[in-house]
Design a protein around this ligand. Sequence first.
Ligand SMILES: Nc1ncnc2c1ncn2[C@@H]1O[C@H](COP(=O)(O)OP(=O)(O)OP(=O)(O)O)[C@@H](O)[C@H]1O
Ligand SMILES: [Mg+2]
Length: 262
Amino acid sequence: MRSTIELINVSQEFAAQSSAQKSTVALASVNMHIDKKEIVALVGPSGCGKSTVLNIIAGFVRPTSGQVLFDGSVLSGIGPERLVVFQTPALFPWQTVRDNVTFGPRMRGVAIAEYQPLAERIIADVGLTDFQYHYPYQLSGGMRQRTQIARALVNKPEVLLLDEPFGALDAQTRLEMQEMLLGIWERYQATILFITHDVEEALFLSDRMYVLSARPGRVQREIKVPFERPRRYSLFGDEAFARLKAEILAMLHGKPDAEHAA
Ligand SMILES: Nc1ncnc2c1ncn2[C@@H]1O[C@H](COP(=O)(O)OP(=O)(O)OP(=O)(O)O)[C@@H](O)[C@H]1O
Ligand SMILES: [Mg+2]
């Protein structure tokens, strides 16, 4: 299957902001691909370049060298087929959930009869029907994140790019959000790149994982996540799950597993 997104030898160096500073090499020769309808998780130490990878795929940042392909063509700039969900929801405080969600199609001049039914369905799918006339300040953190995801989905993106979307939420809300995201993924058949600090979350959600090394980020390992779908929370108690989690944690902390466990 041809990849939706392909990074070929992508390196990223950010220039120094002043003569007293050094430039930062964020990524060094990164190769990765995200296939259609796949959920790929990206993990790695803080500052290793995870968000930079996402920003490159979103088209916010142009890599210093290497190539990024989208459906086989060189990617240029931002586009509505690749949308980002940030850790901190960027919602308009003066608009209701519903108006925030329909912002994209309204701005593009899509007829109301066309976007309304889709928006209603998506608002229901993210569990916000009863809150659609609330303003962001009246929502919990999880609800704001649901709104942000709905706002991206209403544009029918091919690719959803999520940068630690549940990082600021409590453990219980996080679990609910993970389940919601899997439901969305099944219903809307999106291709998803998911950045997380949480190895358990990455294993629970993804088909494949890339583990990046400390900066400059390189692909340290690619892992095919072997657990069948649909996945349930009982997976967290699975022995193979625990073993893989320990192995990845050891890798992230730069220690062999035996030493780590001792
Ligand atoms: N626009 C930018 N200009 C200059 N330096 C940048 C820019 N974006 C990122 N960097 C630098 O590139 C490196 C990688 O940053 P990035 O945000 O991609 O890491 P990360 O893996 O997402 O970290 P975290 O886990 O803390 O979110 C950092 O040293 C950061 O300071
Ligand atoms: Mg980041």
